[in-house]
Design a protein around this ligand. Structure first.
Ligand SMILES: Cc1ncc(COP(=O)(O)O)c(C=O)c1O
Length: 449
């Protein structure tokens, strides 16, 4: 994290500055009452969804789902639904959030790696699509389906075992990954062909190679393996039983500057090179992008509470740390973030850059969102903005030190430059952190509810 960040695109920087100034003016950021808040550019989200849809030929039947884990706020999910997206969910909580956001179950995909019987039953009752992760889950579904025909479309997640990208923890297609059925393990491919033969209701193949850090060719090679396997099933069964391919998500995001790279269109080009069969109209498709739709459409702003020096290093202690930038704090090399410095008014600071550690409020030494970052000198009362944090940051809160969840504000900017905010999540109050103590006894509360 010692590499200096590249300069920002002036238009994008001006838009963020405008929004920050307005947020301060309307006290959505306040040095006493709103020390930290996250912002989501709803115009930007709509543009990202439009780019995704335009990247695939209109002749294809594609269900684009949003991976709720990337930003699970119900009003945001609802907005994505209005933009024509479906939803991919991977836990009972996300499942409930998708339903609350009004997604049609038929446009919802359940991918939890540890689906309970209750979760599976609910999905099959509602007609939510299910991607089966493993042999034991398949047996559970056998029991639930019985001799009937499920309303849900059911697929199997395969692990093409083609290797990982630059972030091991985010690479799901390694030889030993916990996800899916390991296609290259001895006997698995043959066993899976038979599983399809015995279950006419098994009609989709799902693959997700990784989330951030996977080059396009690796993603596309994983999809190619999944399609090759679908072709094999259909050939060996002598019928076109596999009718759909779920490509997963994983388009990497550029955290170095304001450029969106790679683009959805570039990925689709690469898919076309690796797997022309995907574009021939013989398969229905589904996608599950998360980070690439939201990351660059969000930023997180926090006040600087104190500044100090230690051992010759300048340190700014801010209110944004591991609770909202968990991956960045614990894996700084894998998840560096751009940071901008602002006056208390929200206006950008333009002083000479000085190396500074940007620390968070958590009570452990490693709670740093940047080390030795060259920024205009920060002073108490200033604001810092953590850029590209629209996905997997403020909405995947880490409750260290009982720090409350910050508010998340959606915003739009009209052509005349008027900023409109809309609440996506209000800030958690400290008294709400006490609530579990006052809650009903465990006898009264069924588990996992
Ligand atoms: C099965 C599945 N689909 C989609 C995604 C979304 O990935 P990304 O946000 O990188 O697009 C993930 C992320 O972990 C995932 O596990």
């Amino acid at each position: 994290m010692t590499t200096p960040q590249r300069s920002a695109d002036p238009a994008a920087a001006a838009r963020r500055e405008l929004v920050l100034r307005e947020a301060v003016r309307r006290r959505l950021l306040d040095p006493e009452d709103a020390l930290l808040a996250a912002f989501v550019d709803l115009d930007g989200v709509a543009a990202s969804v439009a780019a995704l849809r335009a990247a695939f030929p209109s002749s294809l039947d594609v269900l684009h789902t949003f991976a709720a884990k990337a930003n699970c706020l119900v009003p945001l999910l609802s907005r994505l639904r209005e933009l024509g997206m479906g939803c991919e969910v991977a836990s009972p909580g996300e499942f409930a959030q998708a339903l609350a956001a009004g997604f049609d179950p038929a446009r919802t995909v359940l991918d939890s790696p540890a689906k309970t019987r209750r979760e599976l039953t609910a999905a099959l009752d509602l007609g939510v699509a299910v991607n089966v992760d493993n042999w034991q889950e398949l047996e559970r579904i056998d029991v639930l389906v019985g001799t009937g025909t499920p309303r849900s479309r059911i697929g199997v997640r395969v692990n093409p075992q083609i290797g990982g990208g630059s972030i091991g923890a985010m690479s799901t297609a390694t030889a030993t990954s916990k996800f899916g059925i390991a296609l290259a393990d001895e006997g698995n491919a043959e066993r899976l062909v038979e599983a399809f033969r015995e279950r006419p209701w098994l009609t989709w193949i799902h693959v997700h190679v990784g989330s951030q850090g996977c080059p396009l060719d690796l993603l596309a090679a994983g999809v190619a393996q999944a399609v090759a396997f679908a072709e094999r099933v259909n050939e060996e069964l002598g019928r076109r039983q596999v009718v759909g391919i779920d490509l997963g998500g994983g388009l990497p995001v550029n955290f170095a500057d304001d450029t969106t790279a790679p683009t959805f269109a570039e990925y689709v080009e690469r898919l076309r090179e690796h797997t022309p069969e995907l574009f021939g109209g013989r398969y229905r498709l589904a996608t599950e992008f998360g980070r690439s739709l939201l990351a660059k459409n969000g930023f997180t702003a926090a006040y600087v509470e104190y500044t100090k020096t230690a051992g010759g290093r300048r340190i700014a202690v801010t209110h944004a740390g591991a609770q909202v930038a968990t991956r960045t704090v614990f894996m700084p090399r894998a998840w560096p973030l751009r940071i901008t410095a602002h006056h208390p008014s929200g206006a950008a600071k333009d002083g000479a850059p000085v190396p500074q550690d940007v620390a968070g409020p958590c009570c452990f030494a490693g709670d740093l969102v940047a080390t030795g970052r060259a920024l205009p000198l920060l002073e108490p009362g200033d604001l810092v903005a953590l850029l590209d944090t629209g996905a997997y940051y403020a909405t995947t809160h880490f409750q260290y030190n009982s720090l409350p969840e910050p508010a998340v504000h959606g915003f739009t900017v009209d052509p005349a430059g008027a900023v409109r905010f809309e609440p996506l999540r209000r800030a958690q109050r400290v008294d709400e952190l006490l609530r579990p103590v006052d809650g009903p006894s465990t006898e009264e509360t069924p588990p996992h509810r």
